[in-house]
Design a protein around this ligand. Structure first.
Ligand code: UDP
Ligand code: MG
Length: 333
């Protein structure tokens, strides 16, 4: 085992039901890291998997002292899983990589070379991205919307999860009190230097994507609401425009009545008008509700993730978790 202070590279892999990908992933990671030739550690975060992911990881961990497993108490989501490891890694370069082998572990090498040039956030730009059409469209739309609403330029594919961040970026993220934010946009917002490297993007080796359209929509909403007041301001803008439109319409109808004695007919127009306005009002109430729900969530201050167990050869890690006090479950060196 390497001395902790010597660790150059920490790998973080969030794992949710990935049993068939883990052995190959570990093998390819180990080969790549051995080729780089610097001291490293690998953190697998089991995000409440219901398949044999944890068992497979334990087998890997028993043979490889560079591996640590953080088992979360339940499924908290990919981002909380990553944050659980970010709080504990020791390397100077921290690699975030998915477990499904869509990000080829070998591509860590070009990312790391860029990192060594002194860039704080190096992300993989997915060449020939292997995702379905609606996801590609959605992803481009989200980037466009983010740029418009946040007024920042989002570099091509920066929101992909495959990246290397400097320890200082992780420390800054760890010190942010706010819990629920999009890490890519937060890194832009914080202003760290960043650069992309084109990397291969493969098909998932086994299993299915853990994201459906609703989860992705919710994440997008979180991102937009988390970084912009625009949706709230849109209510004032829409309200002012509608008020203006109604004044113009009222004047027009008054003129018609005075000049031609025409009275405006219309059960239909009244009905359409009322439902339209009711729709707009409910929409904006919903938006305000989304902000309030987030304020409430942050205010309650519940933990972002809860650790069930830590399996590691690093004693400070296993002692660190109150849930990991049963030392017989861990190999302590
Ligand atoms: N993941 C996780 N918790 C979840 C969902 C996903 O830890 O609730 C992990 C998953 O195991 C994978 C990574 O996050 O390592 C990315 O997930 P996925 O490949 O399903 O996303 P996609 O590539 O489709 O965006
Ligand atoms: Mg994937």
């Amino acid at each position: 085992m390497f001395l902790q202070s010597q660790i150059a590279i920490s790998i973080i892999v969030p794992v949710f039901n990935e049993e068939d990908n883990l052995l190959e992933l570990h093998k390819r990671l180990t080969t790549t890291l051995t080729n780089i030739g610097k001291p490293y550690e690998i953190f697998f975060v089991d995000d409440g998997s219901s398949d044999n992911s944890l068992k497979t990881l334990q087998k890997i961990q028993e043979k490889d002292s560079q591996v640590t497993i953080i088992k979360l108490a339940r499924n908290f989501g990919q981002h909380p899983a990553i944050v659980a490891a970010l709080h504990r890694v020791k390397g100077e370069a921290i690699v975030l990589i998915d477990a499904d082998l869509q990000n080829p572990p070998e591509e860590i090498i070009p990312l790391y070379e860029k990192f060594l040039e002194g860039i704080d956030v190096v992300y993989g730009i997915r060449a020939g991205r292997e995702d379905v059409g609606w996801r590609m469209f959605g992803s481009n739309f989200v980037i466009w919307l983010t740029e418009k609403m946040l007024g920042v330029k989002v570099p091509s594919d920066m929101i992909s999860g495959f990246r290397i961040i400097h320890r200082k970026v992780a420390q800054t993220l760890n010190n942010i009190k706010e819990q629920q934010y999009d890490t890519s946009i937060m890194m832009l917002w914080l202003g760290f230097s960043h650069s992309g490297v084109v990397v291969r993007h493969d098909n998932r080796v086994s299993g299915e994507s853990k994201y459906n359209i609703w989860k992705l929509l919710y994440l997008t909403l979180d991102m937009l609401i988390g970084f912009s007041d625009f949706p709230l301001r849109a209510a004032s803008i829409a309200g002012s425009l509608l008020a203006l439109a109604s004044i113009i319409l009222a004047t027009y109808m008054a003129i018609l009545r005075v000049l031609g004695g025409v009275s405006v007919e219309g059960y239909t127009s009244l009905f359409v008008g009322i439902t339209f306005l009711a729709g707009i009002q409910l929409l904006f109430l919903g938006i305000i509700g989304e902000y309030i729900a987030r304020i409430y969530r942050e205010l309650k201050g519940r933990p972002y993730y809860v650790i069930g167990e830590i399996y590691s050869s690093q004693p400070d890690l296993t002692q660190d978790s109150y849930a990991a006090t049963k030392t017989e479950r861990h190999r302590l060196f």
